[in-house]
Design a protein around this ligand. Structure first.
Ligand code: NAD
Ligand code: DAU
Length: 330
């Protein structure tokens, strides 16, 4: 198998590449990644069967040359941070929509199998007391420039499947955590704030709920779908990990030996989605997938330890990220 992984030097893409390198040692993997501020070649260092092709998914010729030599493409590359999309939406339109269009045209030309990585945010948000969870049938209702461009990219994939018989599957996953996540995101931001002797920053009242899954479980879900998923289908990936932001911050502070009330409330995010929740029963029942990281507290403790041990990985991102948040009052 010759596998092309777009965005494979980012947080989840690199976790997937390390996962596949372990689980399928005879596969050849090409990571096709522009190495934007969010990509880091160190994330995939030392893996024998992995080669990095530093290029843009919007560069049609370069992408075509890479796709032509592949048996399958897993498409992670995206602008991924909601706060950035509110500040500057254009890169999201460019990479998430135009970039996905280029991926679709390349796999269509060469008859290559595609798995498209998406997010639960395409479904909008739920009330805190709503017993329903997102399913593959939930209507799309995205809130932010980020989630609307991801929703658009999913619709492009669906249209290319129906109109051009592109062999594709889609997965929509909930919030990931684990090692190698950029410090702009909630959990690593708070961990590194505490490591720097500062106070975590909770948007608004902190009642918002996210459905946390370890990146390793997301990766095993994607590999399962790539190998056994039904073409044309959408699978939701989630691990029953609903937690309010306030509970996560308080747990983190406790795990790190600080008073659980030692955090600040800061300006809320405009259009802030209230709650996400995933019903992953299709992936569990039809493909037999099971998450390994069932204990959020243990997974979080291991993630804290990773950031403690790997300051050299995150230190350069930290000052820039905090300067950006400072301007936004967040
Ligand atoms: P990330 O921001 O950490 O990584 C994105 C990667 O894509 C980086 O390596 C970056 O260099 C690369 N990239 C960006 N623009 C590119 C371009 N034009 N051409 C080539 N490479 C480019 O993101 P992440 O959190 O790892 O998310 C990966 C994917 O998973 C995204 O599609 C995202 O929508 C989806 N997703 C993320 C989560 C989450 O919790 N983070 C949950 C569900 C789905
Ligand atoms: O649901 C999947 C999505 O999860 C992915 O599609 C996105 O790529 C990923 O970034 C993530 O989106 P969120 O917006 O949910 O993640 P973020 O880490 O930015 O924020 C998580 C929650 O924490 C959200 O309710 C906002 C809040 N937050 C965030 C930051 C950075 C804070 O309270 N304080 C913070 O400092």
């Amino acid at each position: 198998m010759k596998l092309l992984v777009t965005g494979g030097a980012g947080f989840i893409g690199s976790n997937f590449v390390r996962h596949v390198a372990r689980e399928r040692p005879d596969w050849e993997i090409v990571v096709y990644d522009l190495l934007t501020y969010a990509g880091d070649a160190r994330n995939i260092e030392g893996l024998e069967q992995v080669r990095l092709d530093q290029a843009d998914i919007c560069d049609a010729d370069r992408l075509d040359a890479a796709v032509r030599l592949s048996d399958a493409v897993v498409h992670f590359a995206a602008e991924s941070h909601n706060d950035n999309s509110l500040d500057s939406p254009w890169p999201f339109v460019q990479t998430n929509l135009i970039g996905t269009y280029q991926v679709l045209e390349a796999v269509r030309r060469h008859g290559v199998r595609l798995h498209h990585i998406s997010t639960d945010e395409v479904y909008g948000d739920l009330e805190l007391d709503d017993p329903a969870k997102f399913t593959p049938q939930t209507p799309y209702n995205p809130s932010s420039p980020y989630s609307s461009t991801k929703a658009g990219s999913d619709l492009l994939v669906r249209a290319w499947v129906r109109s051009f018989e592109v062999q594709a599957t889609i997965s929509n996953c909930s919030n990931n955590y684990g090692p190698y996540q950029h410090v702009e995101k909630f959990i690593p931001r708070q961990i590194t704030e505490v490591l720097d002797g500062r106070r975590p920053k909770l948007y608004g009242a902190g009642q918002n709920v996210r459905d946390w899954i370890h990146a390793e479980d997301h990766s095993s879900g994607v590999l399962t779908i790539l190998e056994r998923g039904q073409l044309g289908e959408t699978y939701l990936i989630g691990a029953e990990g609903e937690q309010s932001n306030k509970d996560v911050v308080e747990l983190l502070l406790t795990l790190m030996g600080r008073d659980p009330g030692d955090y600040d409330h800061v300006n809320d995010r405009p259009g802030h989605d209230l709650r996400y929740a995933i019903d992953a029963s299709r992936l569990r029942d039809e493909l037999g997938w099971r998450p390994l990281y069932q204990d959020f507290e243990r997974g979080l403790a291991a993630t804290v330890e990773w950031y403690r041990q790997n300051e050299s990985w995150w230190r350069a991102q930290k000052a820039q990220t905090e300067a950006k948040y400072e301007v936004l009052g967040r």
